[in-house]
Write a protein that binds this ligand. Structure first.
Ligand code: ZN
Length: 315
């Protein structure tokens, strides 16, 4: 039987593996042949990267990363990673592969929700085939919580995103996370100042303690490392992230954007140009002024569309 494991951390070239069958932990090294691996359009490896680059890159530098499912061998008392299984996806900040879920954390007040950031995070999730969940903190601070709930309900109704409201100033019941996290890799991302660290403290205090220790040891601020650690909790793994909001949208053309707006697709049927409508300035568009679509969501769509379009011109 092959030795199969998941990589849960990477530190100075040493990988921590957890065997999929026995749960035994190993410290492992990567064999050199991962350095350059041919990746072509037919390759099943790194499907996303292959699609994005097509003709650009044939030989990619591939190293095992946190989240990878690997095969390992033990020789002379040393453990070596000998094979990386194809990745479902990979995100870069932090460097994690095979991410199933993202818990997006925002607050009801102080700061108010940035719907632009929310839409962008959801977009990034959909591009990487990650299922988003939404957690709203500081619900006690918003005296008009129902107005916010009405607005956010759009995301539940049209995108099927589950939304949870919590109050971090008091202990909250985190049992709703059980079914999300079990058997999955889940990343936590959020707007700054929303109380993400209190949230994490509630579910897994060790993460914050470790982050503080690393910061102290390095004498620098938080998140100095791009490497994530996976923490085993509730039968699955979670990783904290500095938020992947600052990453540019990995689309080649603004015309691809519409593929990641499932809430617009049904309505496209009644656009003059049907599914070929980009809902920007086309005549008789059924999306651009549709009252069923959250106004901010449509406006943010047009902004992201312009952002990708203008970025393209630079090259
Ligand atoms: Zn349209």
């Amino acid at each position: 039987m092959k030795n199969k494991a998941i990589i849960t951390s990477l530190n100075a070239g040493i990988y921590k593996l957890v065997d999929k069958n026995t749960n035994v932990e190993y410290q492992a090294y990567a064999k050199g042949f991962f350095r350059y691996q041919k990746v072509d359009e037919k390759s099943e490896f790194n499907i996303n990267i292959t699609n994005k680059n097509k003709k650009d890159i044939k030989i990619l530098k591939i190293s095992p990363k946190v989240g990878d499912i690997v095969e390992y061998e033990i020789s002379n008392d040393k453990c070596f990673i000998v094979k990386i299984y194809p990745r479902k996806n990979e995100i870069l900040r932090p460097d994690v592969s095979n991410v199933d879920n993202a818990i997006l954390i925002f607050s009801a007040k102080e700061p108010d929700i940035s719907f632009m950031l929310l839409d962008k995070m959801i977009l990034l999730c959909y591009i990487e085939n990650i299922k988003p969940f939404l957690v709203i903190t500081k619900k006690d601070l918003d005296s008009n919580l129902n107005i916010l709930k009405d607005k956010l309900n759009y995301y539940n109704k049209y995108l099927n995103i589950d939304i949870y409201y919590v109050n971090n100033l008091k202990e909250f019941d985190n049992s709703f996370l059980d079914s999300i996290i079990k058997d999955k890799i889940t990343i936590l991302a959020g707007q700054s100042g929303v109380g993400k660290s209190s949230f994490i403290n509630n579910i897994y205090p060790m993460i914050n303690i470790k982050t503080q220790e690393i910061s102290k040891a390095l004498g620098r601020g938080k998140h100095t490392t791009r490497n994530a650690d996976l923490y085993y909790i509730k039968g699955g793994y979670i990783a904290d992230t500095p938020g992947f909001s600052s990453i540019s949208i990995p689309l080649k053309s603004e015309k691809e954007l519409i593929n990641y707006y499932p809430d617009f697709i049904e309505l496209s049927r009644d656009c003059k140009f049907g599914y070929k409508c980009f809902h920007i300035l086309e005549p008789n568009c059924n999306v651009s002024n549709n009252l069923d679509i959250l106004k901010s969501r449509y406006i943010n769509y047009t902004k992201l569309y312009d952002e990708i379009k203008s970025r393209k011109k630079i090259y």
